[in-house]
Design a protein around this ligand. Structure first.
Ligand code: NAG
Ligand code: NAG
Ligand code: NAG
Length: 307
């Protein structure tokens, strides 16, 4: 009993020392990874594995490296041709729903892989093994790029396993779901219980690049405003904030593929989204050549009610 009680106290103490009130590099992990005086900074040159050899002083341009876009080739490959008039969403409507899900969400599960390389900094024996962790993100359309949307913003922390793996070259998947809205939804079939499995989710695949060196002061302020709107508590560890418990940096995920599970397959599409559409969709209206030109504001997710 006493032992349990003592264990409880030590847990509480651990929790207290991990609160954002501690100053920079006040714990072992931070000291190990950013150095006691912040001098040693193993991630400071990190942009991303893919962009590392590129000129990072340039803004995003047409020469930005691209992954093979399997999304377009595979898009609609599972479409069984049920017309939208019968309530079955088209692939473009599904892409709108997926972009709305991104826009209305601010947390997701990020998977990275412990690298199998000299740069490995994880626990022994986990080289090549994926680890999935919930992370904050924010959809900040137009802040970094007016042409291409759908690339979520992260506030990367040096101490974070996710960002250490990314800095070592890991690609990423970000899974976003709508399951916390279950109580607002209706049963999908008469007499069938409310079912998270019937609600939409998406897995975004791609890579993360650090953007600090690419942005000016105005853009940095816009990023802060956007991110804090989704995560007011992150004010305590904004990049460059004084007395922050963990040093951090701005990063964005470049989404190269998106796998959509709209819900049960007889009611929703399941498969790879068209990435031209994913990147081209905007909130109120998309370009005319993107699907039928609608924006994600024109669709509603389950439980959101009507327009
Ligand atoms: C990341 O994904 C790209 C595209 O599939 C691949 O070429 C690259 O090898 C991957 N990087 C790692 C570290 O696996
Ligand atoms: C959903 O509603 C049920 C019934 O009112 C309740 O028991 C349950 O805790 C709610 N779940 C969530 C996640 O709010
Ligand atoms: C992808 O979307 C674009 C824009 O809507 C469209 O022109 C193209 O045909 C689509 N590709 C496939 C394979 O459906």
């Amino acid at each position: 009993m006493l032992q349990r009680w003592l264990a409880g106290i030590s847990l509480i103490l651990t929790a207290i020392t991990a609160t954002p009130l501690v100053a920079v590099a006040n714990n072992e992990l931070d000291q190990a990874f950013i150095g006691v005086n912040g001098k040693e900074d193993p991630l400071k040159d990190f942009v991303s594995d893919i962009t590392r050899n590129k000129d990072t002083t340039k803004k995003e341009g047409s020469d930005h490296p691209r992954f093979p876009v399997i999304g377009d080739k595979w898009a609609g490959s599972f479409d069984d041709g049920i017309p939208e008039s019968l309530g079955y969403p088209s692939w473009f409507t599904s892409a709108l729903l997926a972009r709305r899900l991104l826009a209305l969400s601010s947390v997701g599960v990020v998977s990275t892989v412990y690298p199998s390389s000299d740069s490995y900094r994880g626990p022994p024996g986990l080289e090549g093994v994926p680890i999935s962790l919930p992370e904050y993100f924010a959809d900040c359309p137009g802040v970094l790029d007016h042409e291409e949307e759908g690339n979520p913003i992260f506030l990367g922390l040096y101490v974070s396993t996710t960002f250490r793996n990314i800095a070592s070259g890991s690609n990423v998947s970000l899974a976003i779901d709508w399951w916390d809205q279950l109580n607002k939804t209706e049963p999908l079939y008469p007499g069938f219980p409310l079912s998270p499995a019937g609600l939409p989710r998406v897995s975004l695949l791609g890579y993360v690049e650090r953007v600090d060196s690419l942005i000016d002061e105005d853009t940095r302020r816009d990023l802060e405003t956007c991110f804090l709107a989704a995560h007011p508590d992150a004010k305590a560890w904004l990049p460059g904030a004084p007395n922050t418990p963990h040093a951090g940096f701005w990063a964005r995920m470049v989404v190269t593929q998106a796998f959509w599970i709209g819900g049960f397959g007889d009611l929703a599409q399941i498969g790879w989204l068209n990435m031209t559409e994913w990147k081209g969709i905007k909130q109120h209206r998309s370009a005319p050549e993107i699907g039928d030109g609608r924006g994600w504001e024109s669709v509603r997710l389950p439980g959101e009610g009507d327009h």
